[in-house]
Ligand binder design. Structure first.
Ligand SMILES: *Cc1c(COP(=O)(O)O)cnc(C)c1O
Length: 380
């Protein structure tokens, strides 16, 4: 790649770092589907390539862009967000202790209690916006990793990454941040002291609801990172080259999509904040949200495209609203171009800590007036 002038992240994402296909000068990225690579006559690998479970040139392009946007030293793609999220825990040893956000992605909480704990990891769930609770939970020498999600699903509470990084580091632990909801457009956890960033790339990074992918980004190449790289290769939770290519294509519009979703989410949050049929709007962009001050400090350019509405009248009323929607789609997942709504308590089941009047809204890039009108008619 030729030396390029320093540009903003908007430009680097739009141009996928200015990559051109070395074989053809094609402007669009190429897909390399080969699973294996021939060896030289001396039986050596060409440029280190042997087999695609280890690495693939199509991953390199997407990984380079994500790592660049996060300000990391390296990124690794995985077959899903869960494949990426579980590997740092698998890289630890039985008996190690981890401190994890009390409110976090439901699937990861379930994996930690049903797989990681029986395997021997010692897990403490703490409210990660409460610094004293995190500090009290640390066990110097035994605590290897602190895992936080911010803003977290589905209350959108905000954790102060810099403060938690200091607490983790002074106890000798690393800090990993699930930054799926914030994206590198709004928050760059590594610059705030985190050691690892994780994304479900199925969400905003891809942005079109048609790729399942995950990614980990590291600030430095430490022993845990080497173990993570080894686990991807030996565990084999790799992405297909076509998915990696689609992800790269999606990321080229990341800044436009996230910026638009943030603007619309703010309009919707403000519109429904004092609505007689809404008990509360959970959105870090509102001054009434308990994470607002930290969000102002830590998020730049917007407060995210995710918000939750708590409907007056409890579970029945919330489900009635969902039923009456005509434009916003009833579906799980988030971060796509189309707006999605979900009754989280129904999805998570009986032991869910999520209030049953809560509807989670992923705001897409449609005309926000249409979204507000749809919610208004459904509430009426
Ligand atoms: C969706 C999601 C995950 C899991 O990602 P998959 O790609 O569905 O495996 C993890 N964390 C957060 C915050 C998510 O929204």
């Amino acid at each position: 790649m030729v030396e390029r002038p320093k540009t903003s992240a908007w430009t680097r994402a739009a141009q996928a770092l200015g990559w051109l296909d070395p074989a053809t000068n094609g402007v669009a990225p190429a897909i390399y589907p080969s699973t294996n690579y021939s060896r030289t006559a001396a039986y050596e690998k060409h440029e280190g390539r042997g087999y695609t479970r280890d690495d693939n040139p199509t991953y390199d392009q997407a990984e380079a862009l994500i790592s660049d946007l996060e300000g990391g030293s390296e990124a690794l793609l995985f077959a899903s967000g869960m494949a990426a999220a579980t590997v740092p825990f698998q890289a630890l040893a039985p008996g190690d202790h981890v401190v994890v956000s009390e409110i976090l992605y439901f699937g990861l909480r379930k994996w930690l209690t049903t797989v990681a704990e029986p395997w021997g990891l010692v897990v403490d769930f703490v409210p990660s916006w409460d610094h004293e609770a995190v500090a009290r939970a640390m066990r110097p020498g035994q605590t290897k990793l602190v895992w936080v999600e911010t803003p977290c699903n589905p209350t959108w509470d905000v954790t102060d990454i810099r403060a938690i990084a200091d607490i983790a580091h002074s106890a000798g632990a690393l800090l990993a941040v699930d930054s799926t909801a914030a994206t590198p457009v709004l928050t760059r956890p590594l610059a705030l002291g985190a050691d690892l960033v994780m994304h479900s790339a199925s969400k905003y990074l891809n942005g079109h609801g048609d790729v399942l992918a995950g990614v980990l980004v590291t600030a430095q190449d430490h022993a845990l990172w080497q173990r993570i790289r080894y686990l991807r290769f030996e565990g084999g939770a790799v992405l297909g080259p076509f998915e990696a290519w689609l992800l790269l294509r999606g990321m080229r519009t990341l800044f436009l999509r996230v910026t638009r979703s943030c603007e619309s989410a703010m309009l919707i949050a403000r519109h429904f904040e004092a609505h007689p049929k809404i008990v509360a709007v959970c959105y870090p962009g509102l001054a009434s949200h308990r994470g607002h001050d930290v969000a102002c400090k830590q998020m730049a350019g917007g407060f995210g495209g995710m918000l939750s509405l708590r409907v007056r009248g409890g579970r029945e009323a919330a489900l009635e609203v969902v039923k009456a929607l005509q434009i916003i789609v009833r579906a799980t997942s988030l971060g796509g171009v189309e707006s999605l709504i979900e009754h989280r308590a129904s999805v998570e089941g009986l032991d869910s800590p999520i209030p049953d009047d809560l509807l989670r809204l992923s705001v897409g890039i449609e005309d926000p007036a249409d979204l507000i009108a749809d919610l208004e008619q459904a509430l009426a």
